[in-house]
Ligand binder design. Structure first.
Ligand code: ZN
Length: 385
């Protein structure tokens, strides 16, 4: 299996393959061709931009153009290759200290003689200070250094850095390609794979979760009951509360163990418990970490609510498709009878207003509005129509 098999439904793959070939000939003293030192992978969430960056990194390090079998490919995939470093964050922002740690690393000669590669997975989360710290290294990289930044759009990156990068634009992968990937690579049953790809609306990670995790499917089903349970005020408030509760439960599942482990690791790294005396700076360091963890928890909750809203939005889009009789493919095809009922009981104008209310709620939450209030107001608008 080649490293490119993980890049799903993207027409830019041949260009990256040609570039990897150019890069290899450059190492043998040939011309650079399409090879360059800074790349920016853009694409909607779930389209696989960091997967594409990692595949490209493997293809550059592999003597056989990303065969997927050799030691280089295996090490890059496992994240243990000495010449591939990655900067990731689960918080809201990449810390400047993370960038400062990485920049000297990027200046090193590659230990294995090919390329020194640094991948920044959430480059849109670089604050201004962190971007400044990165700039010089991206502007004037050593001969064998390659930067790969990933972000939703090129506009998410400060212009000074963006202008140094060649942009690789990914698209939302077609449902059929995601379904094929789920059946061939993850062994998912064809029918489940087709459902998951459709329900995830082109988000690969979400499709994988829906295909392989019964709890994720159950939570989605519960969310999709919401539009059918908005008959009175009480139900609207309950619906909003249940969305918030589910998001909190998601965050607990994702963060609780992780948070505790990180605090333990930090204490150990600072030497707590070894001398009997409390190390200097321990309290401050733990407090810093806890602040980051709180931000991460907020982000996980916000992502969870947003995912639910995207699902409900798709349901109303399906209702609109039925009302207009345009015969386009339905995201929630298995809910046909309920969709038909909802379509008959309202007008296309009402459906559009409801969709606008969901879009407005998503925007408000992105701007840090209080979740419960925002969702209550949205639920009431959905009920009034
Ligand atoms: Zn290989």
């Amino acid at each position: 299996m080649s490293v490119w098999d993980t890049v799903i439904g993207q027409s830019i793959v041949p260009l990256l393959q040609r570039t990897a070939a150019d890069a290899a000939s450059m190492l043998d003293g040939g011309s650079a061709g399409a090879m360059t030192h800074a790349w920016l992978f853009t694409g909607p969430p779930g389209s696989g931009r960091s997967v594409a960056a990692w595949a490209f990194a493997a293809a550059l390090q592999c003597p056989n153009a990303g065969c997927g079998q050799c030691a280089e490919c295996t090490e890059v995939r496992a994240g243990t290759h000495p010449d591939v470093a990655a900067l990731t964050t689960q918080g809201l922002n990449i810390r400047i200290s993370q960038v400062r740690e990485l920049v000297p690393r990027a200046a090193l000669k590659p230990a294995k003689g090919r390329w020194q590669i640094v991948i920044v997975e959430d480059a849109d989360r670089l604050g201004e200070d962190a971007a400044d710290a990165l700039l010089l290294s991206v502007e004037e990289p050593p001969e064998r250094t390659v930067w790969m930044l990933c972000a939703p759009t090129a506009e998410d990156i400060v212009p000074t850095i963006r202008s140094r990068c060649r942009v690789v634009q990914l698209r939302t992968p077609p449902y059929a390609d995601i379904a094929t990937y789920l059946t061939t690579s993850e062994g998912v049953d064809a029918e489940v794979a087709a459902f998951a790809a459709r329900a995830a609306q082109g988000h690969i990670g979400r499709a994988r979760a829906l295909a392989t995790d019964a709890d994720a499917r159950a939570r989605r089903e519960e969310v999709l009951r919401l539009p059918f349970a908005l008959d009175d005020l009480r139900q609207c408030l309950d619906a909003a509360a249940s969305l918030v509760d589910t998001a909190k439960a998601d965050a607990e599942r994702h963060c609780d163990t992780l948070d505790a482990r990180e605090v333990e690791e930090l204490k150990k790294a600072l030497g707590a418990g070894t001398t009997g005396r409390k190390p200097r700076h321990l309290d401050a360091a733990v407090k810093d970490l806890e602040r980051e963890q709180k931000l991460r928890r907020t982000r996980v909750q916000r992502d969870s609510i947003d995912r639910a809203l995207v699902d409900v939005l798709a349901l109303y889009r399906d209702v609109l498709v039925v009302q207009m009789g345009v015969g386009a493919e339905l995201v929630n095809d298995e809910m046909r009878p309920s969709l038909d009922r909802l379509a008959r009981s309202s007008s296309p104008e009402t459906t559009l207003r409801r969709m606008e209310a969901i879009v407005a709620a998503r925007e408000a939450l992105l701007a840090n509005a209080a979740p419960l209030l925002t969702l209550e107001s949205m639920a009431l608008t959905l009920r009034e129509g």
